[in-house]
Design a protein around this ligand. Structure first.
Ligand code: 5AD
Ligand code: FES
Length: 345
């Protein structure tokens, strides 16, 4: 076995930026990396795949991230907001389907006040589910209030750990600030979900290596990785998107470097290849996030083109992902699916 694979397997904390840059700049080790990631996934998080139902409750966004279809500058999007009652009705339906996590996702939308989010959390907690927030950067005080209301997890991708690239892609944010938010969330007791896109303009092997080092350094509990898919209604419309193989490799390396993390087979993976999510589940992923956004809203949460599941029947994605899990000879998770603690292994 090559020295580099040996190091990945047995000395993950000694793996350097240079090692990762090298691995990401050659295809030589790809199959070994994919196999190792699958083996590590099995060893640390087992055969269960956790289902997290996502409700995209508002596509309003005050930010202007260059890659994202929800950016406020995009006038080519029908905007919607779900009412708290609509959101809670949806959460109830999800609970009835015996799914143990609801992900509340939206653009950065201040319409939903501290109190509204707090109310949603406390109501959903009564349904005996884990609550994940994915609503962007808010004040540290709000994070605290929501944690106390019962929120369990917070998804906030770091998007790219290359500071210059981050700052270029986010006109009103900086990487330093993003990192501060993630660290604060972690300190407050949330499980945090960092992660990045793969194939952003100006992002090569070195920049992706930085993403992986960042994920290991902050010990991200969850890691969302997907290809960048150029959106025709954004300034990055003419850029090339991320490719399947590189994205799979970044997912696999994330599993290797953070063995107990919960790693989703992302919707973006499914959107660039009909079996993209299945492949991700075989290269380190152990989570899947079916879309439970109700109609008529669902087709309007268009971060990027060709997003899957937009026209599926109401709750069809639940059965679809269950079928997918079984088809891969894996097991549908029945627990809340918190991160496993190393000591218990
Ligand atoms: N392609 C792929 N992923 C995207 N996201 C936003 N826009 C795009 C795009 N064009 C991702 C970001 C964000 C998550 C909700 O969706 O990483 O954090
Ligand atoms: Fe939505 Fe398969 S997960 S159709």
């Amino acid at each position: 076995m090559s020295e580099i694979i040996n190091k990945l397997e047995h000395k993950r904390d000694a793996v350097t930026l240079e090692d990762l840059e090298y691995i990401l700049s050659t295809n030589k080790f790809d199959n070994q990396i994919f196999e190792l990631a699958d083996k590590i996934r099995k060893k640390y998080v087992g055969e269960e795949v956790h289902i997290r139902a996502i409700i995209e409750f508002s596509n309003y966004c005050k930010m202007d991230c260059l890659y994202c279809g929800l950016r406020s500058e995009n006038k080519n999007l029908k905007r919607y907001r779900m009412t708290p009652q609509e959101i809670l009705d949806r959460a109830k339906l999800i609970a009835e389907k015996e799914i143990k996590t609801v992900v509340l996702q939206s653009g950065e939308d201040p319409y939903y006040t501290t109190e509204i989010i707090e109310y949603l959390i406390s109501e959903i907690k009564k349904l005996d589910m884990a609550v994940t927030l994915s609503i962007g950067e808010r004040s540290f005080e709000e994070y605290k209030i929501w944690k106390e209301a019962g929120a369990d997890r917070y998804l906030m991708r770091h998007e790219t750990a290359d500071e210059q690239l981050y700052d270029k892609l986010h006109p009103s944010d900086t990487f330093e600030n993003r990192k501060r938010h993630l660290l604060t969330l972690k300190k407050l007791g949330y499980e945090i979900g960092a992660g990045c896109m793969v194939g952003l303009p100006g992002q090569g092997a070195l920049e992706l290596a930085k993403d992986l080092i960042f994920l290991r350094d902050i010990d991200s509990d969850m890691i969302g990785i997907g290809p960048f898919i150029p959106n025709p209604h954004t300034p990055l419309k003419n850029e090339k998107g991320g490719d399947l193989n590189t994205t799979l490799k970044v997912i696999a390396l994330a599993r290797i470097l953070v063995p107990t993390a919960n790693i989703p087979a992302t919707t973006a993976m499914g959107s660039i290849h009909p079996f993209g999510r299945q492949m991700a589940l075989k290269c380190g992923a152990n989570v899947i996030m079916p879309n439970l956004t109700p109609n008529p809203y669902r087709p309007n949460y268009t971060l990027y083109p060709n997003k899957i599941c937009l026209f599926e029947a109401d709750t069809a994605c639940i059965n679809c992902v269950k079928g997918m899990i079984k088809g891969l000879n894996r097991v549908v998770g029945k627990s809340y699916g918190f991160r496993v603690k190393l000591a218990s292994i």
